[in-house]
Design a protein around this ligand. Structure first.
Ligand code: UDP
Ligand code: MG
Length: 312
């Protein structure tokens, strides 16, 4: 009997956990009825929830100690560290990452499994064909995929979810990347291997509500670009060189004018504009450089990505 590990990050998900567990149990029952032979290894990661999430996870573990495990963080570290913690603990031959709110449909799992067991894929990911979101969000997320596609060495499937099923080989490759700043979507693409992407229509949350605010999403996008590309640094260098070039032309112009037409006291507004413009460009480039230095700073501290308070 092969084990499928299910890594499930949970942050304030008291309403969803039981619904998810029941749906998943049913999926495995049906799979095994159809002649397969798999058992689940649930790895719920309690990401510092302030509601009854941990209590519910403990009850689940009491009722089903063989399959329902949990890892509980000492505080909220975010979904990326939660996924990393689950992957490190997963012992299954196959490993899936899933949201607990059933926006990652359990019934897709057998279909995904087929690609790995019957064809030679090492990983199967999912992307949403339609996504219910506001116009601004849709525009921003569309732009994000375009920018990262142009700027970075990794290619992302548009609207790709974190929901994916991976072979042991693939998971070990993902775990071999030890970086502190983890942008999973990029890491998954970076490790390579034959990956299949399947499409599914977006689903509503089973219960509870989303934890992402607009500013968190923008932040996440910037992190994604910076973690997998050094092109912003090149752009800032280019902008610097270009403004030097403009400045040189300006200086030649001013010197010639002074030599042949005499000095001038006029020109205050243009002078102020140039100073402001140059100052702006410098700050902009410094900001980009600063972003990378910040990343290096965090990496060199070698802090753990998360602290586990309790696990079972
Ligand atoms: N999540 C987490 N830590 C966080 C935020 C979210 O572990 O700080 C989990 C959450 O419990 C859920 C998954 O990540 O299982 C996706 O979160 P959510 O449904 O809020 O995001 P959305 O589906 O709206 O993108
Ligand atoms: Mg969700």
């Amino acid at each position: 009997m092969d084990k499928i590990s299910l890594v499930v990050p949970c942050y304030n998900e008291q309403e969803s956990i039981k619904i998810y567990y029941d749906a998943m149990q049913k999926t495995f029952e049906e799979m095994n009825k159809n002649g397969l032979n798999y058992q689940p290894e649930y790895l719920f990661v309690n990401d510092g929830s302030s509601d009854d999430t941990l209590k519910i996870l403990k009850t689940l573990n009491n009722n089903d100690p063989e399959h329902a495990h949990f890892i509980s963080f000492s505080r909220n570290f975010g979904k990326e560290p939660a996924m990393a913690a689950g992957l490190q603990k997963a012992s299954g031959k196959f490993v899936a990452i899933m949201d607990v709110d059933l926006q990652d449909p359990p019934e897709l799992l057998p279909k995904m499994l087929k690609y790995i067991t019957e064809e030679d894929y090492e990983c199967v990911g999912c992307y949403q064909s339609s996504r219910k979101q506001g116009k601004i969000r849709a525009f921003l997320s569309g732009s994000f995929y375009k920018v990262i596609d142009k700027l970075s060495e990794v290619k992302l499937q548009q609207n790709v979810r974190d929901y994916r099923l991976m072979s042991r080989k693939y998971v070990d490759a993902v775990l071999s990347l030890k970086e502190y700043n983890r942008f999973s979507k990029g890491i998954f693409s970076w490790v390579g291997f034959k990956t299949k992407y399947i499409e599914f229509p977006g689903a509503e949350r089973a219960a509870g509500e989303t934890h992402w605010t607009m500013s968190q999403l923008i932040d996440y996008s910037i992190e994604g670009i910076i973690d997998f590309s050094d092109i912003p640094l090149k752009i800032s260098t280019f902008v610097g060189i270009f403004s030097c070039f403009l400045a040189t032309i300006g200086i030649i112009f001013v010197v010639f004018r002074a030599l042949f037409f005499g000095g001038s006291v006029s020109g205050w507004p243009s002078l102020v504009s140039i100073i402001l413009f140059m100052g702006g460009i410098q700050l902009f480039c410094l900001g980009i450089v600063g972003k990378y230095i910040g990343k290096i700073y965090l990496e060199t501290k070698q802090r753990p990505q998360f602290i586990i308070e309790e696990s079972k």
